[in-house]
Design a protein around this ligand. Sequence first.
Ligand code: FAD
Length: 433
Amino acid sequence: MRLCGRGRLKAALIDLKTERNRRIPNPDQVIIAGAGIAGLTLALALANRGFQVQIFEKSATLAEIGAGLQLSPNATRLLDRLGVLERLKYSSVEPQAICLQDGTSGEKLLHLPIGKAAKERWSAPYIVCHRADLQNALLTEARSRPNIAIQLQSAVTHHKADRQSVMIRVQYHDRIEEHRAALLVGADGVWSDMRTAMFDTDRARYTGTIAWRSSVAVEQLPESFKTLLPAGTNVVAWTGTNAHLIAYPIRSGQMINFVAVAPERQNGRRWDIQINPEGVSQNFIREFAGWHQGIRDVMRVGRPWTPWRLLEMKKCRFQLGDRLLLIGDAAHAMTPYAAQGAAMAIEDACALACALGTDSTTWSSALAAFSSARTQRITAVVRRGALNQLAYHAKGPLALARNILLRNRPVEKFVKGFDWLYGFDAEERKPDT
Ligand SMILES: Cc1cc2nc3c(=O)[nH]c(=O)nc-3n(C[C@H](O)[C@H](O)[C@H](O)COP(=O)(O)OP(=O)(O)OC[C@H]3O[C@@H](n4cnc5c(N)ncnc54)[C@H](O)[C@@H]3O)c2cc1C
């Protein structure tokens, strides 16, 4: 099409405006790499504070990857404020208790009330759900906000920050797009490209342990396994030498989600490799060979088992510069022994939005304060995870001592020991750990 004089002038003005926009970003413009739990939560929390948010997600669809998640009150209070908890109402389950049992004898060791007790003590519910249900709830809420744009099939491949802004390159189909923003947040998960681009040797490390994940329809549970279950709807953990098994209901209570954690040398980096019960590693079978019959039976009826290597990052990294940040697994992938990975991603997101939304401080000091407070909190949570691992996988006299302690210590003392974790409000920015 040929343009006349006025048309050419108009086109030139548009070009100039576009160029200017590319160079001088709106100070409220934030770009997020990754539409996982951390990225979507951050988008919502920022949108609530008037920011313009653009999310780039490398996957073509936000598929049903992952399995069950436990979301403790420190996470659900934040999801509630974002309008997401309401969206999870029908797919999530609110268990009545967390129960610990011996994996060999089936003996009941501890019954920790949550349900109504969690809401009374920590002012928010303890829920369990499928990761996909949480991601869908976040996504639906994000799509309802005019100031959030989500572009799929778009991998953030390169970034360069100066004092004013950050330039971001995005691979969209077969072309490279260039964008500018006031801030780039890497919420790109455990394999974070943004982290490794800056700290090549600082990748997540394999812990030598695999979480085997599966789910079984309630009506398919073997009778021998049902005899092990305490009455009611619960999160149940069975402890054993070097291994443990966790079970809880998901998908409105129609399925039971299983996570069996055991040592293993090999495996890939995907969440979606499925292995039939007969095809699981011999190591896995060996680890649970001496366990209670009910547990061995349920492991055979499971739908395909998905192996997931447990990774952790030795160093927690939030701030990469004044214009670059990491949150969620990209900042601090942790083992699941405290069941806090997604909860920490949610806390990071809300705390960051809070820091950026504060008028009284400068951007740079707000980010430094955010980074320091979150590092303190994550360190405490990682420490709790290590303690849980020790307790779950204890053997010999240590296992004996653990069982005596769990049986005899007043439940109130265990409950009190969770106050710092579940009672925490990330938006108040008080790391009382
Ligand atoms: C066995 C197991 C059990 C667990 N159980 C629990 C539990 O009970 N409770 C709990 O709270 N947590 C649990 N977790 C942890 C939890 O699943 C994670 O911590 C959480 O999903 C992290 O969220 P995230 O947003 O940081 O990363 P993710 O949810 O992994 O999202 C990262 C996103 O970034 C995208 N991406 C990657 N690279 C790019 C790029 N270059 N450009 C654009 N997009 C990109 C990815 O496609 C992905 O969508 C468990 C983990 C495991 C392994």
